[in-house]
Design a protein around this ligand. Sequence first.
Ligand code: PMP
Length: 772
Amino acid sequence: MSAVTNPLAEARPHLEPEAALRLLERHWGRGGELSSLHGERDLNFRVECPGGERYVLKIHNPADPAEVVAMRSEAIAHIQRVDPLLPVAGPVLDRNGRDAVTVIAADGRPSVVQLFVLLPGRHPSREELTPEALAHFGAVAARIGRALRGFFHPAARYQIDWDLRHTASLAGKLDHLTADERELVLEVLERFSGLVAPRFEGLRAQVVHNDLSRTNLLVDDELRIVGITDFGDATHTALVCDLAIAVADILDGRPDSLDLAPHLVGGYRSVIPIEEDEAALLGDLVAARLATALALGSWMSRCSGAAAFPGALELLRLMSEAGYDAVAEHLRRAARPEGPPRLRPTSRSTPELLAARRQVLGPLELSYDEPLHLVRGEGSYLYDAAGRRYLDAYNNVPVLGHCHPVVAEAMAGQARRLVTNTRYLHESTVELAEALVASAPPGLDRVLFVNSGSEATDLAWRIAQHATGREGAVVTAFAYHGVTAAATELSPEEWPHGAAAPSRVALVEAPGPAALAPGEPPHAAHPDLPAAVAALRRGGTGLAALFVDPAFTSDGILGPAGAWLEKAAAVVAAEGGLLVADEVQAGYGRTGEGLWSIAASGVAPDLMTLGKPMGNGFPVAAVLGRAEHVDPFVAETGYFSTFGGNTLAAATALAVLGCVHSEGLVARARAVGAHLLRGLEDLAREHVGRIGAVRGFGLLVGVEIVAAGAGGALWPDPAAARAVVEGMRRRGVLVGRTGPAASVVKIRPPLVIGEAEADEVVEALGRALEDL
Ligand code: PMP
């Protein structure tokens, strides 16, 4: 329905105070002192009753139809039911139980009349508003929106010029502005037509208050809102309009408005998450509100004598001077911050950040000669601060691609519901453990949750020691199993160059990189497994466990190595030790043969460690084992990890596992991996003498970079491998290096990459090789 006439154009109704008093007595049985109260288009009286009660008698503008007035009353009643603590006041019922009566005013026009309880408090001044008060105002604005979410009324379609959706139509109402003001407003209208109007209809919409200005808020001495008044502009429009209007009208002309706005937006966001489109349009909607206030204010002051809005002009000037794009970005970030509330007001440039990082993190390694300053990830791509896109062919943690929406949603949802530890019963922890057991090699029927691959290694070693009564472990010659003190003992990759193995650790040769012939592997040869086991026995520690990454990633990506693993499993079993499959790196479908890389060999491990991809970036890890080993360990040690497998970790890991299945990522890893391998093998034929070997399975692939040494023998060439990695980075493709000589280009993308992206990797590698 649209109003027959426009209430903004229609003069306020006219009624003498004596006539208003008679009305009050006749319909509500009340009397008292009447005084005039401001109203934009209605006639309002303040009523002081002899008993101390105070009311507002509102004679609505004749252009406001009764259905629209009823819609507002019902909206207030809805809010009172949904969020009774919001200080709104509905109309007082008259003697006949009606919430409104229609009267003929002195000028002969019919008007709807209502009586409201006068809410306590005073209007806040813009100068006194603190960040805390603004955050509170924002939260209250959001609560009004939330409370009205389920409200419907057919009259809410009522057209009102204050609805920001009509901003573009203000062009016809600019005659009373100065030339300066008109220019400002026209700029806003132009942006609105180009940027906002095409997206407006796609925004979340509902009935909103639509006028959350300081004059409609009442506060106590602590600046807490004790009254929300004037639902006279309530209409069905975009939800975010209430926030835009609050920003515009609460801060209006304060010189620091733009600095303070994020506090208001943050308060709003603490109640209602702001959607991407809403955040993107917020700045322009604030500008639209200010332009509307200027245009309609000047126009109404001509038509009906209402006051204009000086604060709006000041804030619009501020926004125009700062640049609308910059303000829009500022508010977008406040609405959807990339992280928690910032302790620093501004972001640093890349060189500034680099210098600051050195100050606090010291020499902690950064990838690439020119470090990457990343700000966003999506799917297989990462984006830097300058907006450049990189194909991520290196990170195996985001197995589903960066910032997967289903996982992000699961995390956020669980974070909002319950975050607590495994000492309480909770569905998702149990469901996750069940899913892992169901997927695991036979016999692994127990799960212990931890927070990192390193912890999983550490715990697996403790379980193996407990189960066997022995202390020692065997690892491959250049293994990596983690950063804890124990895991470092099991990680020769991390030991200082030339250091001897710790007394309880023996090294064993990994399955050799055969394609490296005729050059020799760069490290000293190590014994085979029986000899390593015998050495531990001689040393008195005995074999508790063999730890093996079935893809031999840090040894140079040497899998699949079924025969090696089978033989190893037999030796370990004969010795009474446990076989630990470290699936932290190669698990979760990466190798394209089931979820766990060891499964392809048919070998059943005694313990399995999981980590990195398990949370797609969220820290969660686990040890899977057999009840006969795990239960006595847990019973005796009272094992417990505060965060391990907590409700948030479990909900996240469940979502990851669910997506790996539902998106068919194991099969995809196999297919795209095979395509990648073929491309790399073709490349190797073009670069004989530079590519010594291409190895791997699924989406875990190594390219050995070599150079001809004396006599034409091919040697690993770490310097060239490094140059290739840097060259690919310059071309927008991220890879890394691995292997004992750091001569193997490690390609390990999220499993969601497609063949076109795999081709991009091959192409970048080829180009980088040509540059050598
Ligand atoms: N095991 C393997 C095979 C790994 O690759 C890693 C990490 N690169 C770990 C264990 C340790 O995991 P985290 O860094 O999560 O502690």
